[in-house]
Design a protein around this ligand. Structure first.
Ligand code: KIV
Ligand code: ZN
Length: 390
């Protein structure tokens, strides 16, 4: 039986670009959009067209460039925003307008100083207006994570009737627990009349480090779109990381959920976005960090050298990383040293390895990491007779 498809909605160029200091120009955005399409994302959120003339220009240029993916533009539930987004998207093969409004008690009270009923009226009006320009209209209920479920269900029902094709349930402040977020999606699935006419979408922020877990909890409960960014970049602590959710679904086949992402392009895409945005990837970042496939403790190294799967749950090549690495530090053991020494030409006997290892420990205690060039020096300093250099 074929797996259910989870649509990947990439918002690197919109929510991701909201990171302070990461602003991109149109040329950079076009290069990233082209790469996102090659990666296989289903939807590219290209920007927020009314926010600036530069963003309008970028959305317009991306709409002209992209061939297969849906191109989406963000708006508030404001007529002028929607008109400008429709104009920016007019050349897109598959245009989508993403409109919405805050639905939590605090947004309704402090941002809008209004009532729940008025918010529903504004939401419906915005969706109907967007629908007069494009067929594909996504509605976001901002701060849905902290919105009462009964009220959220009323909002969803009203916007589906108005024509919304996708319902975005953002955990805007990254507050929810995975169980709570999953239960919210389940509640909407079970209590919103007409829910089968729309796709539920997870849009989770990472303020408590739970964006990925929440998105996965959402799709387990029936959402079929995840909104995410490359490297998890985004407002404050960031958004759900694309590479994480994609690999979770791939590595857990019993979930019966799949994406169209070419996972072998994940690492190079991560590097490209990091470089264009001037935003380094933390070394311990899951999937794409420089240490994601690096082994440095002796016990792990011994296991990986014998059988990679002992300490790796996926092959590095699957995400476009050349190979796992065995890092030499003072915590490394003989197996790792023998392996790395062999890579640079020394086939050491057991006795030789014992001597070289003692010398290695002296070096490693003063140097954080032993490089290939250091290995030659260590072998020389250990005064062993090397008969054959392989
Ligand atoms: O986090 C959020 O609520 C958003 C919406 C604008 C979709 O980014
Ligand atoms: Zn967001």
């Amino acid at each position: 039986m074929s797996k259910d498809k989870v649509q990947i909605f990439d918002t690197t160029l919109r929510d991701g670009e909201q990171v302070p200091g990461c602003k991109l120009d149109t040329t950079q955005k076009l290069v990233i959009a082209e790469r996102l399409e090659a990666l296989g994302v289903d939807i590219i959120e290209a920007g927020f067209p009314i926010s600036s003339p530069g963003d309008f220009k970028s959305v317009d240029a991306i709409a002209k460039l992209v061939k297969n993916a849906t191109v989406c533009g963000l708006t508030r539930a404001v007529e002028k925003d929607i008109e400008v987004a429709a104009e920016a998207l007019k050349h897109a093969k598959r245009p989508r307008i993403h409109t919405g409004i805050g639905t939590s008690e605090s947004h309704i009270k402090y941002k809008f100083n209004t009532t729940q009923d008025v918010i529903i009226e504004r939401a419906v009006k915005a969706v109907k207006y967007a629908k007069s320009f494009v067929e594909d209209v996504e509605f976001f209920a901002e701060d849905a994570g902290r919105t009462d479920n009964e009220y959220l269900a009323r909002v969803c029902e009203a916007v589906i009737k108005a024509g919304a094709t996708v319902l975005n349930i953002p955990d805007t402040t990254g507050y929810c627990l995975p169980e709570e977020y999953g239960a919210k999606i389940k509640f909407l699935k079970e209590n919103v009349t007409g829910i089968d006419k729309a796709i539920l979408s997870c849009h989770c922020h990472n303020d408590l480090g739970m964006a990925t877990a929440n998105s996965i909890a959402g799709v387990i409960q029936g959402a079929r779109q995840i909104e995410c960014t490359i490297n998890g970049i985004g407002e404050r602590a960031g958004n759900t990381s694309l590479e994480e959710v994609v690999m979770i679904l791939k590595q857990h086949p019993y979930l019966d959920l799949d994406t169209s992402i070419n996972t072998r392009l994940l690492y190079s895409t991560s590097q490209m976005v990091s470089q264009k945005m001037g935003m380094p990837v933390q070394p311990n970042k899951a999937i794409v960090g420089s240490n994601a496939f690096a082994h440095s403790s002796g016990i792990h190294q011994d296991g990986v050298i014998k059988q990679r799967e002992t300490y790796e749950i996926m092959a590095p090549e699957e995400v476009g990383v050349d190979q796992s690495s065995i890092i030499l530090t003072a915590r490394s053991g003989r197996a790792a040293l023998a392996y790395r020494a062999k890579n640079v030409g020394y086939e050491l006997t057991k006795v030789q390895l014992d001597s070289v290892y003692q010398e290695f420990l002296k070096f490693a205690d003063v140097k954080k990491e032993i490089l290939d060039t250091d290995i030659h020096q260590i072998v020389e300093a250990s005064n062993i007779q090397i008969e054959s250099v392989v």
